[in-house]
Design a protein around this ligand. Sequence first.
Ligand code: LLP
Length: 424
Amino acid sequence: MLLLNSDVFTYKNNELYCEEIKVSDLTTKFGTPLFIYSKKFFRDRFLKYQKAFEEINHTIFFATKSNFNLNVMKIFYDLGAGIDVNSAGELFRALKIGADPKRLILTGVGKTKDEIKMGLENDVLLIKAESPAEIYTINKIAEELNVKARVAIRVNPNVDPQTHPYITTGLVQSKFGIPAKEAIELYIEASKMKNIQLTGIDMHIGSQITKVSPFVDSVKKLAEVYFELKELGIELDHFDIGGGMGVVYKDENPFAIEELAENLIPIFKELNCEIMFEPGRYLTANGGILATEVIYTKSNNEKNFIVVDGAMTDVLRPSIYGAYHNIQPAKINGENDIVADIVGPVCETGDFLAKDREIQKSESGDVLAVMTAGAYGMVMSSNYNARRRPPEIVVDKNKFYVTRSRETYEHLLYDENIINELHD
Ligand code: LLP
């Protein structure tokens, strides 16, 4: 079964291509495992999103947690996106690409004092608050810095996004946001704080959502809060619906972005303020693959195994969510399909990229592509088993650039030393 999930990865003469470059040419040059991204995919997806909402005043903030590679971030930024950063580290990375802080929003359920301070010192467009305690902290730090903090409150609409429980965030059982009723009280309280300027209302109900209705239900709930606040004299400049738009990994049938627009634009028009979006996966997932080489194959009475050099340290999603990623050969060899587990070299039974997967019979040296690895791939990678992180290549038509090279063994040591002296 050949499923490539996007039109930038295609077969020509039985060879897998990213845009106009043969995947196996890149793996020969840079080795495996190797992340390969398509610039065209990122650009087309962003422009499609923007076009769907062009009727209304809106800004798309790229959720860089899905792929924080500097050049990937810059592709979206150069197209006009703002960037949603979730930590001091992501803020640091965004500043590294030269992003104007006025195009950055700082989000996250547990921002430390240092992170809030960094956001305020850099004068980011806004900081989201997810608890009363956090608003007090922001106010206090803003007072110390003698600035007024622009703040949006994240409201938890208590709507089920019907996705994996680990990536469901808009139910009251989850740690995120503040329930609507309490949020109104908090807005009233925060409106009296000297160093807080309330600018918006925000939600993010989950990730990999394939139906429009959870968005519509949540936006309606938040709109009620928005209008109630207006009546109370608290006027907000923006309304942020977060990210979460689902994509195809296997046989999902996610809504088209135009369908989301059609359903939400009438509500947005009534709100009459700037609408913000924070998509991550939608913009990046199907624009990337992890190319990996078969090291060994083996079989026992029960199973076939294809042992590859990519692992849970590179693409963690199958291991932690049981997520399905298509796996395709870089070269169609005409062999019949077998059913096999495709596993990595890490010392964990949970280290697999696919279970009981129909795939062409492969042998040592063959290259396979783990599809839909452009989102939550490299960003969730690790050095477990002292494995080096893979390089990342961006393909642009028939050219490419290496945006990050493979980690060296020295990188693994960072500044770790053998200590001969003890401190008091
Ligand atoms: N905004 C906020 C506040 C978020 O927490 C997230 C994702 C996004 C935007 C972007 O969501 P997206 O459009 O990418 O769905 N590691 C998981 C996904 C975790 C998502 C966390 N928050 C996975 O691999 O499926």
